[in-house]
Design a protein around this ligand. Structure first.
Ligand code: GDP
Ligand code: IMO
Ligand code: MG
Length: 427
C-alpha cells in the first residue's frame, strides 16, 4: 500500500539526493516522477560521490528497483552515460526501468532551449539549458516522441519527419539557424533504441504491483515546489510538477497510496537561475554561505544565490503539498554564525503579510521581516543524535518547525549518507 514522497520544499537542491540515498535502505522501490536531467542529485556513500541527473538515488541499494516514470523527460544520451558511469563504478543497474510513456528530450529541444533563452534577453529564465522545457511543450502539444516509440522505428520515422519539418521551420525561419538532419536524428534514435531497449517497460504495472504487495515505494522528487509550473514563481519555474501532485500523474499511482509526504528543506535558502528570492543576501553573509556550503549547481556549475531561511515560502510549500514532516538538511552550514535569521513575514506596499504572493511582481517587492536568534558555536557537522545538538541549534530547528507548521522527521548534518539525525518516524 504505502508510497512515501520526498519533495523539494524550496527552489531545488535541498539535498534530496542525499536524503533518498539514505532512506532507500528501507525501501523496495525508488521512483522519479518529474523533471529531467535539469536535476542534479548528489549522493556520497561508500562508493564515492555521484551526481545523478536521471537515475533514481536508490540505485545503490541492491534490494531497490529503480523507476523513471512517465512524468520524466529523458535525454537518452545522458541516461546511457549515467548507466555506464554507474556500471563502471561497480553499481548494478539491472534493476532500473524506464517508462515507455516518458517523453524524449530530442536534439532540437536542447537547441531550442538555448535559442529561446537568448531571445528572452533580459527576461531569460536561467534554465539549465537541457531542453527540458521544450520537451514538455511538445508533450502537451501532442507532438512529443516517447521512449516507447524507440521500440517501433518504422512507425517512428514518419512521425519524426512531420515533427522535424516544424522544428526545422522554427530553427531556420525564426532563429535563422541551420536545420537539423532528419536522417541523423533518426540514426541517433536507432542507436538509442538498441541500447535502451532492455530498460524500457510499462512501469506503472510494476509500481502498482509493488504497492499492492505492500512494498515500500519511495517517490523521489526533483526540483523544488517553488519551481512548480502552477505553484511556483511563474514564469520563473520549471515546466513540470515537482509538488506531490506530480507524483500521482508522473508515475500512474493514486494519491490514496501516498502515506507520508516529506518536504526537504535546507536550513537556509538558495536558488539557481532567475526569479524573485525575497531573502537573498547580496552581501558578505550570502558570500560566506555560498563559500562554506560550496553552493554551485550540480548540473550547470552556476553559483547559487543564497539567503536566510524563508519561512513564508516554506509554509506555503508545506501547505500546497500537505507535508507530513520536514527533512532539514545542511544545518551544519550554519555552524559558527554569531546569529541566524528566519523570515517570518513579508512587508509589501506598507503592509505585513504571511502569504506567498502568486504574482512575481508583488513577490519582487516583498521585503523579509526577520526573527533573529543566537547562533551556535559548537559544530553540528556529522552529528547523528538529537540530544547532541547545541541548545541554540535545537532552538533554530524548533523555530523552523513553528514557521513551517510541520514537525521534523530527520535532520541532515553532512553530505555523507550516515550524517543524519532521526527525529521522528518517516518510513
Ligand atoms: P538535490 O538536487 O536536492 O539532490 O541537492 P544537490 O545535490 O543539488 O545539492 C545539495 C548539496 O548539499 C550537495 O552538494 C550535497 O552533497 C550537499 N548536502 C546534502 N545534505 C547535506 C548536509 O546535511 N550538510 C552538508 N554540508 N551538505 C549536504
Ligand atoms: P534538483 O532536482 C535547482 C531551475 C533552473 C531555472 C528553472 C527552469 O537538482 O533540485 P529548466 O531547465 O527546468 O527549464 O529551468 O528551474 N531548476 C533547478 N534549480 N535544482 C534543480 O533540480 C532544478 N531544475 C531546474 O535553474 O531557474
Ligand atoms: Mg540539485
Amino acid at each position: 500500500m504505502p508510497a512515501y514522497a520526498v519533495i523539494g520544499g524550496q527552489w531545488g537542491d535541498e539535498g534530496k539526493g542525499k536524503v533518498v540515498d539514505y532512506l532507500a535502505q528501507r525501501a523496495d522501490m525508488v521512483a522519479r516522477f518529474s523533471g529531467g536531467n535539469n536535476a542534479g542529485h548528489t549522493v556520497i556513500n561508500e562508493l564515492g560521490e555521484f551526481k545523478l541527473h536521471l537515475v533514481p538515488a536508490g540505485i545503490f541499494w541492491p534490494q531497490v528497483t529503480c523507476i523513471i516514470g512517465n512524468g520524466v523527460v529523458v535525454d537518452v544520451d545522458v541516461l546511457l552515460g549515467e548507466i555506464d558511469e554507474l556500471r563502471g563504478r561497480g553499481v548494478d543497474v539491472s534493476r532500473l526501468w524506464v517508462s515507455d510513456r516518458a517523453h524524449l528530450i530530442m536534439p532540437y529541444h536542447t537547441l531550442l532551449d538555448a535559442l529561446e533563452e537568448g531571445a528572452r534577453g533580459q527576461g531569460a529564465l536561467g534554465t539549465t539549458g537541457r531542453g527540458v522545457g521544450p520537451a514538455y511543450v511538445d508533450k502537451v502539444a501532442r507532438i512529443g516522441i516517447r521512449v516507447g516509440d524507440l521500440l517501433d522505428l518504422d512507425r517512428l520515422y514518419p512521425r519524426l519527419e512531420y515533427v522535424m519539418r516544424q522544428k526545422n521551420a522554427l530553427l531556420t525561419k525564426v532563429y535563422e539557424r541551420p536545420p537539423l538532419s532528419l536522417e541523423e536524428v533518426f540514426e541517433q534514435c536507432r542507436r538509442w533504441a538498441t541500447r535502451l531497449a532492455p530498460f524500457i517497460g510499462q512501469v506503472e504495472y510494476a509500481v502498482q504491483k509493488a504497492l499492492h504487495e505492500d512494498k515500500r515505494v519511495l517517490l523521489e522528487g526533483a526540483q523544488g515546489s517553488l519551481l512548480d509550473l502552477d505553484y511556483g514563481t511563474y514564469p520563473y519555474v520549471t515546466s513540470s510538477h515537482p509538488t506531490v501532485g506530480g507524483a500521482a500523474i508522473g508515475l500512474g499511482l493514486s494519491p490514496r497510496h501516498i502515506q507520508e509526504i516529506a518536504g526537504v528543506f535546507k536550513a537556509y535558502t538558495t536558488r539557481v537561475g532567475s526569479g524573485p528570492l525575497p531573502t537573498e543576501l547580496k552581501d558578505s553573509v550570502g558570500e560566506q554561505i555560498r563559500k562554506i556550503a560550496r553552493e554551485f549547481g550540480a548540473t550547470t556549475g552556476r553559483p547559487r544565490r543564497c539567503g536566510w531561511f524563508d519561512g513564508v515560502a516554506a509554509h506555503y510549500s508545506a501547505t500546497v503539498n500537505d507535508f507530513t514532516s520536514v527533512i532539514l538538511t545542511r544545518l551544519d552550514v550554519l555552524d559558527n554564525f554569531p546569529s541566524v535569521k528566519v523570515c517570518v513575514a513579508y512587508e509589501v506596499d506598507g503592509k505585513e503579510t504571511d502569504q506567498f504572493p502568486s504574482d512575481v511582481s508583488v513577490l519582487e517587492r516583498c521585503r523579509p521581516v526577520y526573527k533573529e536568534i543566537p547562533g551556535w558555536h559548537l559544530p553540528t557537522a556529522g552529528m547523528t543524535r538529537l540530544e547532541d545538538l547545541p541548545e541554540e541549534a535545537l532552538a533554530y530547528v524548533r523555530l523552523l518547525e513553528k514557521v513551517i507548521a510541520c514537525p521534523m522527521s530527520f535532520i541532515s548534518t553532512g553530505p555523507h549518507r550516515h550524517e543524519m539525525i532521526q527525529v521522528n518516524n518517516f518510513l
